[in-house]
Write a protein of this length. Structure first.
Length: 212
């Protein structure tokens, strides 16, 4: 019994840590959008991208713990995809930051070797967010509205990756519109809302379908 209580307390403590990291991720993602879209600052956007990737890992682990009872396999898929996207984003940001601080010379607009056209940053992360949104809507362990917002964020991230992959031109509306919506509105709102829920230890919004 004591061990069970200790494990529960430890899980709750990590969930609070994940919630704090989600709040940080929301602010960092907003900073990335400002640096990338408004300021056009390579060092700034690279630094924020690095921080966003690192802050996202505890959030994903905390979500896995909360959503695993709904559908363990899908929760694990979301965790693997999300961690892959987070580390890809962090590595991408670290690579760009190193080049911004010490330019290696003119090499042209080549895809990033570790995250080509945002495959991990936007593609894998978008898939992970969609999986999390499905788990939220299915299991009722987090507010349903958070799942709906997650669906929107996941679609925007995938659209942004496809735009960077196919269109490439950064000023194209195909890239600008998803970037503005995901970077300034939907992304920060999703992370900040998620952070508040995890910090509060909010009870499930409804019964878990697996218990029916």
């Amino acid at each position: 019994m004591v061990e069970s209580l200790d494990a529960t307390g430890s899980a709750r403590a990590f969930e609070r840590f994940g919630g704090a990291c989600a709040l940080l991720a929301g602010l960092v993602n907003l900073g990335y959008a400002v640096a990338f879209v408004v300021l056009d600052s390579d060092p700034g956007s690279a630094l924020f991208l690095l921080l966003a990737g690192l802050a996202g890992v505890p959030v994903l682990v905390a979500l896995y713990g909360r959503l695993r009872p709904t559908e363990p396999g899908m929760a694990l898929c979301a965790l693997v995809l999300g961690v892959g996207g987070a580390f890809g984003a962090a590595t991408h940001g670290g690579y760009d930051l190193a080049n911004a601080l010490h330019p290696p010379g003119a090499t042209g607009d080549l895809p990033n070797a570790v995250d080509p056209r945002g495959l991990a940053t936007f593609g894998l992360t978008g898939l992970a967010v969609l999986a999390v949104a499905w788990l939220i809507r299915r299991g009722g362990r987090l507010p349903a509205g958070l799942g709906t917002l997650g669906y929107l964020l996941g679609v925007l991230l995938l659209a942004l990756w496809l735009g960077r992959l196919i269109v490439l031109e950064a000023t194209s509306p195909v890239i600008v519109v998803p970037a503005l919506l995901a970077g300034f509105l939907v992304g920060p709102a999703w992370y900040l809302w998620l952070g508040r829920v995890l910090l509060a230890g909010a009870p499930a919004a409804g019964p878990d379908v697996t218990a029916r």
